[in-house]
Design a protein around this ligand. Structure first.
Ligand code: PMP
Length: 445
């Protein structure tokens, strides 16, 4: 066979990875890349960490896998305790999984079972945002508000009621407060139209990630959503698969605004890219009701296995012991300044938004009207390819259903140093200079 049996990769020109150290990766031709997006916003501690390797090897020497119904295992217990502590004991129960999509599925099913157990089986609908991304399995896809991903499956998925979240870049209201008030009112009315008593939960990302390019909410919005959930008696689920575990500078993104969900899901950075591990956290009362009604009808084979949990534990201990949340904060501000300087230089850099080390950059053809570039220009792919040529990895996203232009994420590992941020920005600047010359100028002529 001459062609690769793998069909999910981007193309024959893709380099083969050789090895990684810190924030850098090398391909088999010896070319160096600065990992400006932590793989898929997962390698939060960078590459080649000895401490994580040692923790994994130590666990492998003991036992790699045991099944959750046969043995308790110490790493799972310890990791669960850490996670609960990271929520300041607001969410007391933990359910492990191996991916973000599995974590979302688990939250949806637990929330539904809670209402079945509570005698409210008429609650059969979820509310989520458009745009949003919640995963690729059918349930999580049903929550996802991104038309191209939904289209082939829309007839066969359990779709949620899609509502708009705040969009502080494109909003045309008088000010942020008015905008948030209007968005909340619209959400309230959409829910009322389908019936308050039919809603299981509102599902949202406190900081949009892959879907919206780090679109932010604010305190007033989250407080409004929390109030709304309490008023109609439904649950609030935060999807922190991407923005959780320190990415924004606090253990969980919701802590930036002090609005606590009933359930929270996280994954990606939890195993820091060394092993897949995800988790759903929730309030004890929810678990108690479900357990009293016969137990949670859900589970995945690899959930909470010792190797996964030992890896997650080592990753969290590294973040805590090395005070990496402080670095996320300091390097995040440095990155923000650098990105905003580039925005001043290139008018087609429409918006720079984010928190901690989670930054989104949106590219627009007309900065006044905020008009996206034509989709066929494939700007998101062009900027990513040029960055790669310049030795920088960024996380690209195509324009969103007319709701956002081409955008990309800059999300380096929490361990990035001051001089490495300078290098990242230099490589991005070279990328932008070439994008301007080779792609944008010809388009605007
Ligand atoms: N939710 C969010 C917010 C995500 O960003 C992702 C992954 N991009 C998922 C869920 C799905 O996670 P996974 O790819 O691990 O299934």
């Amino acid at each position: 066979m001459t062609t690769s049996p793998l069909f999910y990769q981007a193309g024959p020109e893709m380099p083969e990875v050789s090895h990684g150290r810190g924030v850098f990766l090398w391909d088999t031709n010896g070319k160096e890349y600065l990992d400006g997006c932590s793989g898929a916003i997962s390698c939060n501690l960078g590459h080649g960490r000895q401490d994580i390797r040692d923790a994994m090897l130590a666990q492998l020497d003991r036992v790699a896998f045991t099944y959750r119904t046969q043995f308790e295992n110490a790493p799972a217990l310890a990791l669960a305790r850490q996670l609960v502590g990271m929520t300041d004991d607001a969410l007391e129960k933990v359910f492990f999984v191996s991916s973000g999509s599995e974590a979302v599925e688990s939250a949806l099913k637990l929330a539904r079972q809670y209402f079945v157990a509570s005698g409210e089986s008429q609650r059969r609908r979820f509310v989520s945002l458009r745009p949003s991304y919640h995963g690729s399995t059918l349930g999580a896809l049903g929550m996802t508000g991104y038309q191209p991903l939904e289209a082939p499956f829309s007839d066969i998925t359990m779709s949620s009621l899609k509502v708009s979240g705040p969009d502080f870049y494109r909003q045309r209201d008088a000010d942020r407060e008015t905008h948030v008030r209007r968005v909340l009112e619209e959400t309230r009315n959409q829910i009322k139209a389908v019936g308050d008593e039919t809603i299981i939960a509102v599902v949202l990302e406190p900081v949009g990630g892959a879907s919206t390019g780090a679109r932010l909410v604010d305190k007033a919005y989250l407080e409004g959503i929390r109030r709304l959930c309490d008023e109609i008696g439904c649950l609030l689920i935060f999807d922190e698969v991407l923005c959780g575990v320190g990415r924004t500078g606090t253990w969980f993104a919701y802590q930036q605004w002090g609005v606590t969900p009933d359930l929270l899901v996280t994954a990606k950075g939890l195993g820091a890219g060394y092993y897949p591990v995800g988790a759903m956290l929730c309030r004890e009362e929810i678990v108690e009701a479900v357990m009293a009604s016969g137990g949670f009808q859900h589970g995945h084979t690899y959930a909470g296995n010792p190797l996964a949990c030992a890896t997650g534990l080592a990753a969290i201990e590294a973040i805590r012991d090395e005070h990496l949340l402080d670095n996320v904060d300091a390097r995040g501000r440095q990155l923000q300044r650098g990105l905003e300087t580039l925005q001043c230089r290139y008018p087609w850099v429409g918006d720079v938004r984010g928190l901690g080390l989670l930054w989104g950059v949106e590219l627009v053809m007309d900065p006044t009207e905020k008009t996206p570039f034509p989709a066929q220009a494939n700007l998101f792919a062009r900027v990513t390819a040029l960055a790669k040529e310049e030795g920088l990895l960024i996380y690209p996203r195509r324009p969103l259903d007319g709701l956002a232009g081409d955008h990309f994420l800059v999300t380096p590992p929490f361990t990035i140093s001051e001089s490495e941020v300078v290098l990242l920005l230099e490589r991005l600047e070279r990328t932008f200079a070439r994008l301007d010359r080779e792609v944008v100028s010809p388009l605007l002529e």
